[in-house]
Ligand binder design. Sequence first.
Ligand SMILES: *Cc1c(COP(=O)(O)O)cnc(C)c1O
Length: 368
Amino acid sequence: MEIVDNQYNSDPMRFLSPDIRTLQPYVPGEQSKNEYILKLNTNENPYPPSPQVAKAIQQLISNSADCLRLYPDPDAKLLRAKIAQQQKVDIDQIFVGNGSDEVLAFIYKAFFNHPSKSILYPDISYSFYPVYKQFYGLNAIAIPVDVNFQIQPQDYDQENCGIIIANPNAPTGIALELTQIEEILKANPNSVVVIDEAYVDFGAQSAVKLIPHYDNLVVCQTTSKSRSLAGLRVGFAIAQTHLINALDRVKNCFNSFPVDQIAIAAAAASFEDQSYFEKCCQQVIEDREHLIHELEQLGFQVLPSKANFIFVHHPTAEAKQLAQQLKHQNILVRYFDKPRINGYLRISIGTLHNNTRLVNTLSTILKE
Ligand SMILES: *Cc1c(COP(=O)(O)O)cnc(C)c1O
């Protein structure tokens, strides 16, 4: 757009840097405070975090008068040590940030900035990937997933300056095998391959065990989904030390303290309570399989999911209309008005009670 910078121009956009004027920011799913609303639209965990989390926060505040007066540990060593222990890697192989969205922003800056080559990511994937591409002014090729929404590893055997793939993928829930990820890693020894494992704890295989064998692999995870800590904002990357050091360089040019004192203590406590974490994940997996079965009874086609959400299509009911009708009944699900996926709904797995309410409501809507 043409913007004339003179005193008669009242367009508020005139204050913005030119590249920011044309950005299309990420649009998060609706957050509602209404307690009657059933939120199945942003893949939050239906269960609360481990009780150890609240204890750790209370202890931190009551035991140390200095805990908020002083800056936190810029290296978040306590938290990184707990994550390293759980992931069976070295503390120098862990980077933590303010949500994995921020970690991804640092990853793009550290590894993907190239004047002429393109980043590769699937055409159907997490919508933040193209947002960061645009934000940093980079080039990218969106590689089409196949007709069954499967990622084909051989499509990633072409020139690039970095690859990012969500595994399981969002919003489809479909997971790759580790052998397929290895195929991509082997074909790209000179670029960084990022595997975004936001949903890996709900049944997919983690690529963390490949880290010793590949100097170009970065695995990204978050406490937002499987650890019920979306409100805390803690995400992390796991990779060989040379890649973690690169992320540290970027971080220390942007914000030395991305993870605050409370988040460090609270997330560390979550990693200490492994049995609670495993129980919650197992429950979500069981409830997912049950919900899939019930929706299939209603005529829905459900993509095979290894995540805490499912991606569903109904042959006779329009997805956009279904989402609106559910909203009228106080149930939020995610509809994407985008080519290839505008016939689908993404539905987060709730508690058994939540899922029953969803199925009953859908059943009534479909009968009308
Ligand atoms: C939710 C999500 C994230 C972001 O997680 P935060 O840690 O909450 O920022 C990253 N990648 C994918 C694919 C996600 O679905």
